[in-house]
Design a protein around this ligand. Structure first.
Ligand code: NDP
Ligand code: GDP
Length: 354
């Protein structure tokens, strides 16, 4: 068996794709775990041209026995748990399913690991959403949590369980508290890619405006390709610990939309007062580009996140390299290319408006 064997759950997601690429470059044998289905959603791995280098294995976080059997069979040295129902809005509509995957799914993984390969190293994908209604600015590893969605509550259970298995059984289990990280491979439901793909299609057809909700919300947005390096670094240390990964900068959804529009040559003019926008028009043509839709608002939202990644910088030597403007331009340009090529062939969740 090769020395470096990584199992990545959620390999079909954004981070699964970038992490697979990184680990393959580092000489790992990469086992990519996907939900058992006849046709897994491989468009991201396709885009990175690494699909053929991954050993795909079926794994559902809802099934304990399949996790245990898989661990016994492939005996990974490192396990990266990236699988989740990761969309906050959906967690309000499906709180039980979200809890089953995002909270109990991690209990299944840790327990299977404890009973089969306790010497393996484990990474849990925790989230800045756990800070929710933030109790300090900026947020670091010592900031108290205040989750604001079923997703964040489930992730908080998983975060503490990861720490509990480390402390109770001496397992090498790390929790990475990652602030939002984006890329052209981001899910279409998330606001950054929704804005970029919507604006790109608008710039081509000047058809339906992009529907958005709370444009005042602020996020600490980084580039996913930078963040997967931090995940790997966490598992290479002498001892397991928890780390915040963030840029330290925060921007509003409104600013993101303005920057993406500007990359596409659209100058947005907002309508309505700041904080009570009703939409935005194209300054040059007067045509409506963005429409604020109450249906996009959440029962409770996280208004602002801003992370302090000092611990990761000092202990891991990690920093976020791609800045806000570069990230927005990268995403906007990718969507312009896609808009010219037609809908993504391999992206079954590409539904038009997002
Ligand atoms: P994605 O939503 O892109 O990917 C989630 C992955 O989980 C998909 O591969 C999905 O498979 C898989 N999955 C969902 N349910 C199950 C299940 N029951 N069993 C097995 N696999 C399942 O997320 P990202 O790549 O963006 O994020 C990776 C992780 O990091 C997630 O846990 C997320 O919550 C967390 N995170 C992400 C942040 C971000 O900004 N991106 C910030 C902080 C944390 P399928 O293709 O079949 O749907
Ligand atoms: P999240 O931080 O994991 O919830 O990432 P999202 O990209 O889904 O949302 C980031 C912020 O954008 C949240 O505060 C949302 O309320 C806000 N937002 C505003 N309009 C939209 C929209 O149309 N879709 C999404 N997904 N978020 C939106």
């Amino acid at each position: 068996m090769p020395d470096k064997r990584a199992l990545i759950t959620g390999v079909t997601g954004q981070d699964g794709a970038y992490l697979s690429k990184l680990l393959l470059e580092k000489g790992y044998k990469v086992y990519g775990a996907h939900r058992p289905t006849a046709s897994p959603n491989l468009w991201r791995l396709d885009e990175l041209k690494i699909q053929n280098q991954i050993d795909f294995v079926p794994l559902d976080l809802l099934e304990f026995s399949n996790i245990q059997l898989l661990f016994e069979k492939i005996r990974p040295t490192e396990i990266y748990n990236l699988a989740a129902q990761s969309f906050v809005s959906k967690s309000f509509a499906q709180p039980l399913h979200t809890g089953d995957v995002d909270a109990l799914g991690v209990a299944r993984l840790l327990e299977a690991m404890r009973t089969t390969i306790p010497e393996a190293r484990f990474y849990q994908a925790s989230t800045s959403e756990m800070f929710g209604k933030v109790l300090a600015v900026p947020q670091n590893e010592n900031t108290p949590f205040y989750p604001r969605s079923p997703y964040a509550v489930a992730k908080l259970y998983a975060h503490w369980l990861t720490i509990n298995y480390r402390e109770s059984y001496g397992m090498f289990a790390c929790s990475g508290i990652l602030f939002n990280h984006e890329s052209p491979l981001r899910g279409i439901e998330f606001v950054t890619r929704k804005i970029c793909s919507g604006l790109a299609r608008w710039s081509r057809s000047q058809g339906a405006p992009v529907a958005l909700g709370n444009v005042s919300a602020r996020r600490d947005w980084g580039f996913a390709g930078d963040y997967v390096k931090g995940m790997w670094l966490m598992l290479q240390q002498a001892s397991a610990d928890d780390y915040v990964l963030a840029t330290g900068q925060t921007h509003s959804v409104r600013e993101f939309a303005e920057a993406a529009a500007s990359t596409m040559g659209i100058q947005l003019e907002w309508q309505g007062s700041e904080g009570a926008e009703v939409g935005a028009i194209d300054y040059n043509t007067g045509k409506k580009v963005i429409e604020i839709h109450p249906s996009e608002l959440r029962p409770a939202d996280v208004e602002c996140t801003q992370g302090d990644a000092s611990k990761a910088r000092i202990n891991l030597g990690w920093t976020s390299e791609v800045g806000f403007e570069e990230l927005v331009a990268m995403m906007a340009r990718a969507e312009l290319t896609r808009a010219h090529q037609g809908p993504l062939r391999h992206d079954p969740i590409f539904t038009g408006q997002g």
